[in-house]
Design a protein around this ligand. Structure first.
Ligand code: C5P
Length: 237
């Protein structure tokens, strides 16, 4: 894979014009764009279309779906016309929910004549520690729960997971080369860590086995986002 294709810029905003300007400036310098709940709740599918414009960049639609199988399948079907390259759901929604999502993605994509989105499972939110997991009745430690939920996602035929840099090497070892590992928590050497606790550089994460890197503020808050993205891409080759 070309180094640039590994980088998804996280555009975390509610403003269509701001998102659109940023995405337009990044075309040609990154592999794709991540838009998540914040933007989607504010602007909806039309906002996504407007923000992506004619860039042709792959879209990572980070909706973290979690509901009963029928409802998640319906949401996946509704998202398919946006032709996202990647779409997220919570593995803790269970095997039947993930299978329903997978089947809906295949079915809706065939009907629409587009490629199905690759579904990525969120295992344990990195904002939860072992004590938090205990309070919601999930057996910890968190690292074990990540392993269990990633295995469940694989069993359901989900394409991969979103995982922290700390989990990449073990997940690659467990699931082999075909399982997509999409990795946030990335900071170029010497950059501001912000609220991310466990970070890796882009190069370290790829060497550990990451396929794709989700990078927000080091790109979006830079004086020249496209130049920041190109520098990151340069660090990978
Ligand atoms: O600005 P920064 O590079 O920290 O942004 C990373 C992106 O990845 C954000 O959109 C954030 O919501 C997302 N993310 C994360 N950590 C996770 C899951 C998602 O930072 N565990």
């Amino acid at each position: 894979m070309l180094p640039a294709h590994r980088i998804f810029a996280a555009v975390d905003t509610t403003g269509t014009e701001e998102a659109s300007a940023l995405i337009g400036s990044l075309a040609g310098s990154v592999g794709g764009i991540k838009l998540g709940l914040e933007f989607f709740v504010a602007r909806g599918p039309d906002g996504i279309r407007a923000a992506m414009g004619g860039t042709g960049l792959p879209l990572f639609l980070d909706l973290k779906l979690h509901d009963i199988p029928n409802t998640v399948a319906g949401a996946v079907r509704a998202a398919v016309p946006l032709a996202p390259a990647f779409l997220t759901l919570h593995a803790s929604g269970g095997l039947a929910m993930m299978r329903a999502a997978r089947d809906a993605a295949q079915d809706a994509a065939a009907r629409a004549g587009v490629a199905p989105p690759r579904l990525l499972a969120v295992t344990v939110l990195t904002s939860l520690d072992d004590a938090d997991l205990g309070r919601v009745g999930q057996a910890g430690p968190a690292a074990d729960q990540v392993v269990r939920l990633a295995a469940l996602a694989a069993e359901a035929g989900i394409d991969g997971i979103v995982c922290s840099p700390a989990e990449v090497a073990e997940q690659r070892r467990r699931h082999g080369p075909g399982f997509v590992l999409m990795v946030p928590g990335i900071r170029p050497a010497g950059s501001d860590v912000g609220d991310q606790k466990r970070v890796m550089t882009p190069r370290e994460a790829v060497e550990a086995g990451a396929d794709y890197l989700v990078i927000g503020r080091p790109i979006t808050q830079a004086a020249d986002p496209a130049a920041a993205a190109r520098a990151i891409v340069g660090s990978l080759s």
